[in-house]
Write a protein that binds this ligand. Structure first.
Ligand SMILES: CC(C)(COP(=O)(O)OP(=O)(O)OC[C@H]1O[C@@H](n2cnc3c(N)ncnc32)[C@H](O)[C@@H]1OP(=O)(O)O)[C@@H](O)C(=O)NCCC(=O)NCCS
Length: 172
């Protein structure tokens, strides 16, 4: 697949069906399945600000007009030192083709280009090898393991934390 065909774009009204699916189809979102969510939140958020808030947001991952999934970011940290935590979910048929690596690389570039943020963080499951490999390839460094930091699938589980500072992306 042509990795240059991967792009990020803002959320459009027809994308809401896909976002709702991640809230209501068991496990579609991958290891970040925490149970059913109120799928109406997607339309409410879209009508509020199109998923583009001052400190958080979502963009669609598109490959030649086909929707592959979404990326998102949220505020983390305190006061003037606030940074962003990023995340991604691709549909199963788009996984393992380089799309996740490219999409997160584009998201980091986007946030460093259009905001003054200095640090990006990403947390993932110890067994999520694809995400860890993708983050490392983009330039993230593993910073540590938060023990028992999330309750998922019936148990308390660890989270591996990765960080990327402005200027650390390869090719910058
Ligand atoms: C995690 C995810 C974003 C990775 O994106 P992807 O497009 O599938 O991954 P890529 O094809 O870019 O591959 C990234 C790396 O992982 C490897 N990889 C891909 N699939 C893998 C798998 N199932 N198991 C182990 N390694 C895998 C690739 O070989 C590549 O390694 P390399 O750069 O050393 O060659 C995607 O699989 C996904 O959306 N999964 C479900 C949601 C999720 O887990 N989100 C992150 C939660 S924190």
């Amino acid at each position: 697949m042509d990795i240059d065909a991967v792009e990020l774009r803002s959320v459009r009204e027809p994308d809401l069906d896909l976002l709702r699916r991640f809230d209501t189809e068991v496990g579609l979102i991958g290891p970040n399945w925490y149970g059913f969510r109120d799928a109406g939140r997607q339309r409410r958020r879209f009508e509020t600000d199109g998923f583009l808030g001052a400190e958080d947001g979502r963009l669609i991952v598109a490959v030649e007009d086909e929707v592959a999934g979404f990326v998102g970011w949220n505020p983390a940290g305190q006061g003037a030192g606030r940074y962003r935590s990023i995340g991604i979910a691709l549909l199963p048929e788009w996984r393992g083709k380089g799309v996740g690596t490219r999409a997160q690389q584009l998201l980091c570039r986007y946030l460093f280009t259009h905001t003054t943020v200095h640090r990006l963080e990403a947390g993932t499951q110890p067994e999520n090898e694809a995400e860890q490999r993708a983050l490392r390839r983009i330039g993230f460094r593993q910073e540590g393991v938060l023990r028992g930091a999330e309750f998922r699938d019936g148990g308390w589980r660890d989270i591996v934390v990765f960080g990327l500072l402005r200027g650390e992306q390869p090719g910058e």
